[in-house]
Design a protein around this ligand. Sequence first.
Ligand code: IMP
Length: 203
Amino acid sequence: MREILLATGNPGKAKEMREILAGDDDTVVWRHLKEFADRRWPEPVEDGETFMANAELKARYYARLSGLWTIADDSGLVVDALGGEPGVRSARYAGEPKSDAANNALLVRKLAGVPDEKRTARFCCAVALSDGERVLARAQGVVEGRIIDQPRGTNGFGYDPHFWVPEFGMTTAEMAPEQKHAISHRGQALRLLRDELIALLRG
Ligand code: IMP
């Protein structure tokens, strides 16, 4: 039986990650950061220039502290007309304290006057598994869309109400959670990592 730490303090996100990663496999005991709250680990500084660099540094950091194999992710929105912003700074695009409303307002303001066809964007997610020394596996996922000014939908979080997915004719905030997970950057990255993890566990 191997214990694997999911490096998120959000139990809802941990559950979603576990559901995708575990599948039918019952040989892993899944842990998440809230279970280690009494250790008072400071959060790592996520100063990587790429989503993958941040996922790897987070996975390695918590694997060292916990002594467990650890999976971490990093994600964000990349907007072509803004030279890739908000990118790795997606969570705090409009500064501290982090606020989805302020981030979305800034995004819409920066895109004022940009025509529809130039509003292409993508959600990106990188996931990494580390044993504290090495990165044992890594994977990435991407979902393409366009930024719209008027928010639509109330599901999801972050930039979802402004992220329009042409194939579905709706924003990711208008999708049911299962529908979003099926196509999302995070879902794709985690499904790819699951395949690598199965191979590692079978040794
Ligand atoms: P983190 O990877 O949890 O740190 O997320 C980084 C930031 O990217 C979030 O705070 C959101 O602003 C944005 N983001 C990442 N994934 C999504 C998504 O699926 N929908 C909307 N916003 C997202």
